[in-house]
Design a protein around this ligand. Structure first.
Ligand SMILES: N[C@@H](CCC(=O)N[C@@H](CS)C(=O)NCC(=O)O)C(=O)O
Length: 217
């Protein structure tokens, strides 16, 4: 298998966590300016040029959640990231959508806005993104009461989505002291070896974080 990815990308980390959880072997196709040939391969596979992209046995798989579903189906390991029980699997998929749509999306909006020229920035969109993060933290605070992982007891696809989204969201819009369950959950995710590895691999890129990476985590 080949994974087109970059270590600092949140959606790539989501998939890397799944691969590391099960020790699944793959070839890392690093998307970086010093490898234009890899970027060309990537664009030929997926003209939207979004990462990550997985190629498995000649088949191109896109969208981080679908890549993780693909891994669970075709390369299962000891850590079951999609529960066997379809009802439990639905809870996992719902939480995965929550993290992508209501945490990752507004977090990315704030980051990407900073990369624009000042005259092209979108203050209203950024304010809306910050409001969405506040709502998401509040909702998650209640949802996580008494839970270890996003869909209760077992680490799952939803936690793969939660880890990078909460990691970066806290950098751009801090999770305040009023959200102790969310803060504690973020710390548990950081202590999970698969995510700790992804965070470590991304450390060299911190100076490029558009809003300035905080000196922690
Ligand atoms: N819905 C996609 C989102 C992927 C995505 O937004 N990837 C970002 C990196 S975290 C990207 O490729 N950005 C580069 C670009 O937009 O050109 C997924 O789940 O895989």
């Amino acid at each position: 298998m080949k994974l087109y990815a970059h270590p600092f990308s949140s959606y790539c980390q989501k998939v890397l966590i799944a691969l590391y959880e099960n020790g699944t072997p793959f070839e890392y196709r690093l998307l970086a300016p010093e490898h234009p040939e890899t970027a060309a391969e990537h664009e030929a596979l997926w003209p939207f040029r979004k990462m990550p992209v997985l190629v498995d046995d000649g088949r191109t798989v896109v969208e981080s959640s679908v890549i993780i579903e693909h891994l669970a189906l075709h390369h299962p390991g000891p850590v079951r990231l999609i529960p066997e029980d379809p009802r439990a699997a639905l809870d996992v998929r719902m939480m995965d959508r929550f993290f992508d749509n209501y945490v990752m999306t507004p977090m990315q909006k704030i980051v990407l806005d900073r990369l624009r020229a000042p005259e092209e920035r979108d203050p209203r969109g950024v304010a809306d993104a910050r409001a969405m993060l506040d709502t998401a933290y509040g909702w998650l605070e209640k949802a996580m009461a008494g839970r270890e992982w996003a869909a209760r007891d077992a680490f799952s696809l939803a936690d793969c989505a939660a880890a990078p989204s909460l990691f970066y969201a806290d950098w751009v819009h801090p999770i305040g002291a009023g959200f102790p369950n969310v803060r504690a959950y973020r710390q548990r995710l950081l202590a999970r070896p698969s995510f700790a590895r992804a965070v470590d691999e991304a450390r060299p890129y911190r100076p490029f974080f558009p809003l300035g990476a905080p000196d922690r985590d």
